[in-house]
Design a protein around this ligand. Sequence first.
Ligand code: PEP
Ligand code: MN
Length: 330
Amino acid sequence: MIIHVSKKHENKVNEIAKKYDAFVLKKEDFFIIVGSSKIKEIAPEYQEFVSKLFVAETDMQLCNINYHPKREVKIGNVAIGGNNRNTIVITGPCSVESEEQIEQSAQLLLQNGLTSLRGGAFKPRTSPYTFRGMGLKGLKLLDKMRQKYGFTIVSEVRDLTHIDHIIEYSDVVQIGAKSMYDHGILNKCGKIKKPILLKRGFGTTLQEFVQTADFIMSLGNENVILCERGIRTFENKTRFTLDLCGVAFLKEHTNLPIILDPSHAMGHAYGVPDLARACVAMDIDGLLIESHPNPKVAKSDAAQQLTHNDFTEMLKTLKPVAEAVGRKIV
Ligand code: PEP
Ligand code: MN
């Protein structure tokens, strides 16, 4: 249940929220009270204070397209979602490894007119014996590129111990597939205003995914971007299975921008360009593609990162696909 209460009834807001065990979001001239979708109606004594009532079937509420039209999220100067027709291409290595490496990644962006650089500094890994990232030093290298070239930075938060650094040094906070259920991270992300790139866990249903978006939004941060990055199926020739049916569902039922990550889904560079074209044809708001100056020596996700040459060739082919669906690659 979502209700709107105008500012002139401000004195009633806490009482109503308490009655329904609901969250309160403060807007310029009204309040949004959001509680469980199990609540289907408002008690008669409160009805006069309610300017809008939205009742959903499930707890997909703030992100529900029937509640609110498509939402715009800004990544630096680039607006995605809403009525915008931009498809932002975010690229960079899986992990920041050295200044030389990240400078080369920056050059790739510059050569291709792109504005958003990704790179992990705190890496959640499935094996304890693999590279866990450069930590704060890595974030500072990303920040150096941000200062030098004006890029926006997308970097992943692994746990609460370093979330303040991620918030400080990145423009988009990425919540990884493995961290999607970390409520410490979700709570913190709900209380800031920076865009949150929420990756779908690989064992997460669409319902759980959208509810996680609502979790962040119910705390006050409506700048959430959904990211499909592949789910686990019986298939093991590819790393994961990119759920394009799920993307169609998200487009139809949610109001949030959608960015797709074919790199982690495929797990092998050879499939990424074809998948990226398929993603753009899905009329989506962005792509997250891993690239590396020398993927063979990459310290994480070596098999799936595109060489800079392959990335550049792929990008050229994305443009006509974007045009065909009325979008612009930025
Ligand atoms: C990543 O983006 O490098 C990453 C670890 O992604 P995911 O959380 O989707 O596995
Ligand atoms: Mn990776």
